[in-house]
Design a protein around this ligand. Sequence first.
Ligand SMILES: [Zn+2]
Ligand SMILES: [Zn+2]
Length: 166
Amino acid sequence: MRVNLTELVEGQKKELDLEVEAKIENIGYFGDEIPLVAPVVFKGKIYNANGEIYIEGIVESTGEFSCYRCLEKFQKKIIGEIHEKLIYESSPQAEIEEYFIIKNNMINISEIMENVLISALPMKIVCDEQCRGLCLVCGENLNKHQCNCEKDEIDPRLAKLKDLLQ
Ligand SMILES: [Zn+2]
Ligand SMILES: [Zn+2]
């Protein structure tokens, strides 16, 4: 989806309020495809400040994730913030910029929205900060059941002591 910025670029307008909704099926994240179960919505503005064009706003959607600890599937809202300078295709900076580019006075807003969502994701996505994960011995989901497996102490100092004693 493209947005025409001619009026901003040429200075007839200082600011363009923007609310865009795009349907994006998946976002790629470290080799995983995360399905999006809600439309991606951008709310914000694009403005001209002394000839430089900026985009500012919030991007929202809902993704379906697998918990890093317990592997359960769950849905979670993703909210990303953006405040970025847009680069003209003719500028030297355009060589290292991938998404925030003005080409023929247009930007590709869906690409930008996708990029903002991806940057908003944490490294390890868990269903809940308190998630207890799976038992390393029997594989039981410890949020649902407590198992009786004996677990080795994983405290590294104790492990060292154990080595010395052997
Ligand atoms: Zn979990
Ligand atoms: Zn167990």
